[in-house]
Design a protein around this ligand. Structure first.
Ligand code: 5GP
Length: 202
């Protein structure tokens, strides 16, 4: 019995990573997929925790070997999700969360239409720009590229099932928890979790 598959996407600067980390602290039974990337680690990034950092040749070899469930080029770097990791987790019945971009989300949705897509929006483009500039580790050129990419990402919000507007962190966190809870309460999910009970009422 496969677990639930959550996909969380957002333009960078919307607060996605913070919200996801808070959700996972609250609900450690949801397992986070650690992506592979060719992006250089930022200060504070930890190998195997934030990402698996690999070089472009290794990434391309993994594409050729069919190792990725989905992969995409984002902001000039490659990112991909391990197929084997997801398949093992789902086979074990675990709930899984992917923090990926809209291109990856589309690929996963075509494979697993029951994936639950959650899109996180900033309260305004101005707020997003302020948050991106606030991340002083990135250069002005990188920030400009990220703003353009953010607009592109937001254009795809309509492909997701749920939207969270991250105005206040606490409210957005409660919204994310509510989506997870509601997803576990659909009739299909309840039937799977409580097969014996439903069988008695049949
Ligand atoms: P960052 O480099 O800022 O951590 O992430 C940049 C973008 O890449 C984010 O939108 C993030 O969701 C996306 N991303 C991270 N991992 C993956 C992945 O495995 N696949 C895809 N398609 N996108 C990813």
């Amino acid at each position: 019995m496969p677990g639930l598959l959550f996909i969380v996407a957002a333009p960078s600067g919307a607060g996605k990573t913070t919200l996801v980390r808070r959700l996972l602290a609250e609900q450690p039974e949801i397992h986070l997929s650690i992506s592979f990337t060719t992006r250089a680690p930022r200060p504070g990034d930890r190998e195997g925790y934030d990402y698996h950092f690999i070089d472009t040749d290794t990434f391309k070899a993994r594409i050729a070997a069919g190792d990725f469930l989905e992969w995409a080029e984002v902001h000039g770097n490659f990112y991909g999700t391990s197929r084997r990791w997801i398949e093992n987790e789902r086979a074990a019945g675990h709930d899984v969360l992917l923090e990926i971009d809209w291109q990856g989300a589309a690929q996963v949705r075509s494979l697993w239409p029951d994936a639950i897509g959650i899109f996180i929006l900033p309260p305004s483009l101005e707020t997003l720009a302020e948050r991106l500039v606030g991340r002083s580790v990135d250069s002005a050129e990188v920030i400009a590229r990220r703003l353009a990419a953010a607009r592109e990402e937001i254009r795809h919000a309509g492909e997701f099932d749920y939207a969270i507007i991250n105005h206040h962190l606490e409210t957005a966190q409660a919204d994310l928890s509510a989506i997870v809870r509601a997803s576990r309460l659909t009739l299909a999910a309840q039937r799977e979790q409580n097969a014996a009970l439903f069988a008695r009422f049949a």
